[in-house]
Design a protein around this ligand. Structure first.
Ligand code: PEP
Ligand code: MG
Length: 599
């Protein structure tokens, strides 16, 4: 077997540890009939398996309650109760009485239930599809005596490197962080949500390994390098020593960058750049505030919902937003309304949509479910009483969506007023420019939006028609494509004409090479992963606005992204001559992604 598995760098850090192979997918069940005499035995097997699954879930629930809190533990309580469902049990028993094996009967019922729940009109039922899938896998695993690979109940303190086909965000937040040191997946790219979340959690990650789960057995030791996107299987002593050395060097670089936290974000020559942090998880906000960011440029509120059985109520949301506002004491905090759906959160039956990326998600879903949206808007207005909260709307394609949201904000304010609550309704409302429609028609938003924030992850995806999470397309996900650059240019021009702030909060702003081009296109507001703040300050301070403009002009004149990258790389190295390739994030993997993660 090849010992070097190459994937895509997704979250920095170098870790050595044992592989924990997680196969969290519904196993194949061969249809099997049993004799009449065997029916009682199959019934017993089924009930025993359910009991064992429930025992295991109780254990996981208690651990989750202890580690993460009662709300996170609820999901397991719900699953335990679902297994007691009379209708479910009697349907399985009915199939067994028709002489099907226990696993075949259970498989048939679960497939049907998942289909039925997925089509239900009540969102609460559709939300249960993920739980049904977990139960489907758990109980079949027991009935088929498959090796135990519980995703949320890993051996403690094992410093394990979790290797799995793909991780849903909700599984990721449930993972036991005392047991896992890093993540490696077959699927995914550096802008997929697993990667974003791994960076938020500070867990080193390599994604897009394609077939790591079939190549590995689950007992090997590996070195995972989240900076270059490489996994070394059964490393030699020398390879381990090298990894240690690189980890030490990375720690030194990080330490030296930390000293940058307090310096101002500005270009060579002194022009100010507003460098804010992306905060995905409220619990991370205090750490993010120490990064030296000028506030929060993007809070992805959907992460407040992850791993839960129901939407958080107004008070809970208020507390989550307030925590971020307090951590950033007085600085602007841009909070995005729920961007639920697609690859993010299967709330509301999204898994059943044939085209989730073009589906009922984000602002569309919120506007269609005003009751759900109003809860969030009220929580936001209450949090706004304590700081400079600004509201950002995702996946907007038309100014109607902004107007309808403003009407709902006014309604939320009325309710709060009647209630005598403390709130502020004069909040800025910004539009995410992350569809070609919004970019091309950016000028149609300027009278209704207070600011723009370009979401380059989706803008690249929708412009190039390249699924951002598809590993087979990773090399085609090229932010420096002329179409993308022109759309950004259009947005900047439309914003400038009206004096609107135009920020970038997608990954393009977190990578020195692409951020250099963004500055050259006129962007002065960037929102980046907290860990990238110091690195970006270093890069920004060593480039002049003129050199950035030269790079942007050169990139715009290119007909391909590859050509643009080559030229910009050269210009960046020349402009920031005092920085090393590591500091410029130019380490790169050789598998397609253009850049590595320096810190
Ligand atoms: C984006 O699309 O660039 C963005 C910042 O939002 P998300 O990554 O959450 O889709
Ligand atoms: Mg987006």
């Amino acid at each position: 077997m090849e010992r070097m598995l190459r994937g895509l760098p997704a979250s920095p850090g170098i870790v050595a540890g044992p592989v924990h192979l997680l196969r969290w997918e519904v196993p194949d069940v061969p249809p099997r009939t049993v004799t009449e005499a065997e029916v009682p035995l199959e019934l017993t097997r089924f009930h025993d398996a359910v009991e064992r699954a429930q025992d295991r879930l109780r254990h996981v629930r208690d651990r989750a309650a202890h580690q993460a809190g009662p709300e996170e533990a609820m999901i397991f309580e719900v699953q335990i109760t679902m297994l007691d469902d009379r209708a479910l049990n009697s349907e399985v028993e009915g199939f067994i009485r028709e002489r099907r094996s226990a696993e075949h009967a259970f498989d048939l019922v679960m497939l049907e239930w998942r289909r039925r729940f997925g089509r239900a009109s009540a969102p609460m039922l559709r939300e249960r599809v993920g739980d049904l899938m977990d139960l489907h896998i758990r109980v079949l695993g027991i009935l088929l005596a498959l090796p135990d690979s519980d995703p949320v109940d890993l051996p403690k303190g094992s410093n394990a490197i979790l290797v799995t086909h793909d991780l849903t965000p909700s599984l990721t937040v449930q993972l036991d962080r005392d047991a896992i040191a890093a993540i490696a997946t077959d699927e995914g790219t550096s802008t997929s949500h697993v990667a974003i979340l791994a960076r938020s959690l500070g867990l080193p990650a390599v994604v897009g390994l394609r077939d790591a789960t079939t190549r590995l057995r689950g007992s090997e030791r590996v070195v995972l390098d989240g900076t270059t996107g490489v996994l070394v299987v059964n490393p030699t002593d020398e390879e381990i020593a090298q990894a240690k050395l690189r980890a030490e060097q990375a720690a030194i670089l990080e330490e030296s960058l930390r000293s940058q936290a307090g310096v101002a974000a500005q270009l060579r020559g002194g022009e100010r750049i507003f460098l804010r942090a992306n905060v995905d998880i409220p619990e991370e906000s205090e750490i993010a505030a120490e990064s030296g960011a000028d506030g929060v440029g993007l809070m992805r509120t959907e992460f407040v919902v992850l791993g839960r059985t129901s939407m958080p109520d107004e008070d809970e949301q208020y507390r989550a937003y307030r925590r971020v506002v307090d951590a950033f004491a007085g600085k602007p905090v841009v909070i995005r309304t729920f961007d639920i759906g697609g690859d993010k959160l299967p709330v509301g039956g999204f898994p059943t949509e044939p085209n989730p990326f073009l589906g009922w998600r984000a602002i569309r879903m919120c506007l269609d479910q005003p009751d759900l949206f109003l809860v969030q808007l009220r929580a936001l207005l209450r949090a706004a009483a304590h700081g400079d909260v600004r509201i950002l709307l995702p996946l907007v394609v038309s100014v109607d969506e902004v107007r309808r949201t403003r009407a709902l904000i006014a309604e939320a304010a009325r309710t709060l007023n009647e209630r005598g609550a403390v709130f502020r309704d004069r909040v800025q409302v910004g539009v995410m420019i992350e569809t070609p429609a919004a970019a091309v028609a950016a000028d149609t938003f300027v009278n209704d939006a207070d600011f723009f924030s370009i979401g380059t992850n989706d803008l690249v995806q929708y412009t190039l028609a390249v699924d951002r999470g598809n590993v087979n397309l990773a090399a085609r996900f090229t932010p420096l494509h002329p179409a993308v650059l022109r759309l950004i240019q259009l947005t900047v021009e439309a914003g400038k004409k009206r004096g609107l702030e135009v920020a970038v909060c997608g990954e393009m702003g977190s990578q020195p090479l692409t951020a250099f081009v963004l500055v050259g296109l006129g962007i002065r507001h960037l929102s980046v992963a907290p860990r990238a703040v110091a690195l970006m300050k270093r890069m920004l301070r060593s480039v002049s606005p003129e050199s950035a403009k030269e790079a942007a002009d050169a990139a715009l004149a290119c007909s391909t992204a590859a050509e643009a990258e080559r030229i910009v790389r050269r210009l960046l190295q020349a402009a920031a001559y005092d920085l090393s390739p590591a500091e410029l994030g130019l380490l790169g993997s050789e598998t397609g992604d253009i850049l590595g993660y320096a810190v």
